[in-house]
Design a protein around this ligand. Structure first.
Ligand code: FJE
Ligand code: FE
Length: 290
């Protein structure tokens, strides 16, 4: 599309920093750090790079969705219902935890496995729905290319192409690769919170003469404006994820992997998990294979 009258500005820039998570794993967290707590409906964005034997062994989730996007390598996930699968480079697992999931997420091959895990909050009315998966193989992910810009559309619409993923909390999530000299003007629905996470290369976001932002940076966009404008004035490809979502405007009470609206509901979630009730029944007998 043509340049915007009013492209959204970059209002915050944060370098993701390594921290330990799971068992022996290191993640570079941006959203979810205290400097970037609330980007409603987004709760967390981790850039993970994990090698065996490290990983994310058996753990619960309630009240939100996790979207795992493999950048390199393979991860095997298995849950307490016997649902098991391996996601490889370019694949996506969109998991709606709802009332409760207990699963493990472990490297499936040798070497370093890299990817992004995004946590999207669910509205109060959806927090206790039955868990559900939407799994996309790389070859099935909507793809479009135009004037030196490629896009892989995990959720939402770009270049006139829409992803089949159903987003309970209205969300767009896409992976752009921009060749040197290319520019992008991607519409973002009014009022949605939006951010960019740079995976590789450098680019000018929001304004053509903006200082280039580089890999491992999360850029929060202002809420007013027509959408995201980007220029790749470097000599190398620029790759980044763009995510935007409709704010839920509800209270958030989080205790690790439980995200509800009140402290009482968090207390309930912890008891349900401990006693194996209200969606955690299968947690009583289950542990991931060796
Ligand atoms: N103990 C504990 C507690 C809470 C968690 F969320 C996790 C967890 O699973 C992850 C946190 N970042 C992540 N990035 C990528 C992947 Cl594949 C998994 C995770 C975990 F392990
Ligand atoms: Fe998990």
């Amino acid at each position: 599309t043509a340049p915007f009258e009013n492209p959204r500005a970059v209002v915050k820039k944060l370098l993701s920093e390594a921290q330990s998570e799971g068992q022996g794993a290191t993640v570079r967290r941006s959203i979810g750090r205290h400097e970037l707590r609330n980007l409603d409906p987004f709760l967390m964005l981790d850039e993970f790079s994990v090698s065996k034997p490290a990983g994310f062994p058996d753990h619960p989730h309630r009240g939100f969705e996790t979207v795992t996007y493999m950048l390199e390598g393979a991860f095997t996930h298995q849950d307490f219902s016997g649902h098991k699968g391996t996601i490889r480079t370019g694949d996506v697992q969109w998991m709606t935890a709802g009332r409760g999931i207990v699963h493990s997420e472990m490297p499936a091959s040798d070497g370093v496995q890299k990817g992004l895990q995004l946590w999207i909050n669910l509205a109060s009315k959806d927090k206790m729905i039955e868990p559900r998966y939407q799994e996309l193989q790389s070859k099935d992910i909507s793809y479009a290319e135009k004037d030196g810009v490629e896009v892989r559309i995990i959720a939402g619409e770009a270049f006139g192409v829409r992803s089949p993923v159903y987003t309970r909390t209205p969300t767009m999530y896409m992976d752009f690769t921009m060749q040197p000299g290319s520019q992008l003007h991607q519409p973002i629905p009014a009022g949605w919170n939006a951010f960019v996470y740079i995976i590789e290369g450098e680019g000018s976001f929001g304004r053509k003469n903006a200082a280039p932002a580089t890999a491992h940076h999360c850029l929060v966009l202002g809420t007013d404006g027509d959408g995201l404008s980007v220029w790749n004035k470097s000599g190398a490809p620029l790759r980044f994820a763009l995510a935007a979502g409709q704010p839920l405007n509800e209270p958030v009470v989080q205790q690790g992997p439980f995200v509800m609206n009140t402290r009482a509901e968090i207390q309930q979630a912890m008891e349900d998990y401990y006693y194996g009730r209200n969606g955690f029944e299968k947690a009583r007998q289950w542990s991931s294979a060796a």
